[in-house]
Design a protein around this ligand. Structure first.
Ligand code: FO1
Length: 332
């Protein structure tokens, strides 16, 4: 079984850990490829950061900070304190000492001419992750957020997504999200093949706008998903009208989508009518959405979506794999 998962950082990490665990139990020969959002990436203090990639890397390696949800466990911040003294970087954005080691290694390899996906491959060699992580694209597609300019009435300004997210905690009303260079971006090597050759494609319960949305915006990826012969199953990042983690509720209204499990499923749409999904998993508390989703052509099921630990993450991954089997056995 070849499973390909589209994922962002924290929600993506928990889900992928569950997929890895469930695959090990069901089929030790299974292979898992994760296509990782790169819209959160940025240059800061002279180094290249890839926050979603690093969250997945650290989490799958078991060296992540589970309390904060990002960065390394046992982190110290001596260099960050020095950078603040020098006025380099952002004072509200902390680069931990261990984490900086990753950014320095990545930047050194990029400066030697390696592509981001080659660098990603080298970073993964350090730990036996049990899955393969591929950045969605080697093109820098950093997400920018258009917000009202407080200094000039009726005009707007653009912030890097990370400034909007971490400095302002997504409280500045977003007018639009834009990924730089997205029109000329290309899927990283192996991304399209990972989708077309898969036996199952999964959308992790990651932010539909700035995580999954950015992956899908890379020209070629949406088409690969629309046409793959593998079932495509998504997991709702919304439970009972609330985001499970992160701040997707500040992002969904910008693209005109309600913060509800059914609205996000319908936003991705059914592959039977030009959309991207065959199946959509909602939480048990959203069971009432199953009927309307099925009327819209999506095979839907309600299961426990909270990923509290490895067991619940693996159970969720199992439900997604099972729904893929139902899609496969369904008449066309
Ligand atoms: N999130 C924060 O809330 N504050 C930080 O200072 C911060 C630093 C940071 C450094 C490296 C990194 O890879 C991630 C970091 N994050 C931080 C998390 C990150 O900003 C976001 O949570 C994700 O990009 C959204 O998925």
């Amino acid at each position: 079984m070849r499973i390909t998962v589209l994922a962002g950082g924290v929600g993506g990490s928990r889900f992928v850990r569950g997929v890895r665990e469930e695959c090990a139990r069901r089929d030790p020969d299974a292979s898992v490829i994760v296509i990782v959002n790169t819209g959160d990436d940025l240059w800061l203090a002279g180094v290249r950061l890839m926050p979603d990639f690093d969250s997945l890397l650290y989490s799958l390696a078991g060296v992540n900070d589970t309390e904060r949800g990002w960065g390394r466990a046992g982190e110290t911040e001596r260099v960050a304190a020095e950078l603040r003294e020098w006025g380099v970087g952002w004072p509200w954005f902390t680069l931990g000492d261990l984490d900086l080691g990753t950014h320095l290694a990545r930047t050194a390899w990029l400066r030697e001419g390696a592509t981001p996906s080659e660098v990603a491959e080298r970073l993964q060699r350090r730990w036996p992750l049990g899955v393969r992580l591929i950045p969605a694209t080697d093109t820098e597609v950093d997400t920018c957020v258009e917000v009202p300019d407080p200094e000039t009435p009726h005009s707007t300004r653009e912030l890097h997504f990370q400034e909007w997210w971490t400095r302002y905690r997504a409280t500045l009303p977003a007018i639009a999200f834009r990924q730089r260079n997205i029109d000329r971006a290309r899927p990283a090597p192996g991304v399209v093949e990972a989708i077309t050759d898969a036996d199952l494609v999964l959308f992790a319960p990651s932010n539909p706008v700035v995580s999954i949305g950015t992956i899908l915006a890379v020209p070629g990826i949406r088409d690969a998903i629309a046409t793959t012969s593998a079932p495509v199953i998504g997991v709702s990042p919304i439970i009972g009208g609330k985001v499970v983690r992160g701040m997707a509720d500040a992002c969904l209204p910008v693209i005109g989508v309600d913060t509800s499990a059914d609205a996000v499923g319908l936003h991705y749409g059914s592959r039977r009518s030009g959309g991207l999904l065959d199946g959509w998993l909602v939480d048990e508390t959203d069971a009432a959405a199953v009927g309307p989703l099925e009327e819209a052509g999506l095979l839907a099921a309600s299961v426990p979506l909270w990923m509290r630990d490895l067991e619940t993450s693996a159970a969720l991954a199992g439900a997604a794999i099972d729904l893929g089997d139902v899609v496969r056995s369904r008449p066309a």
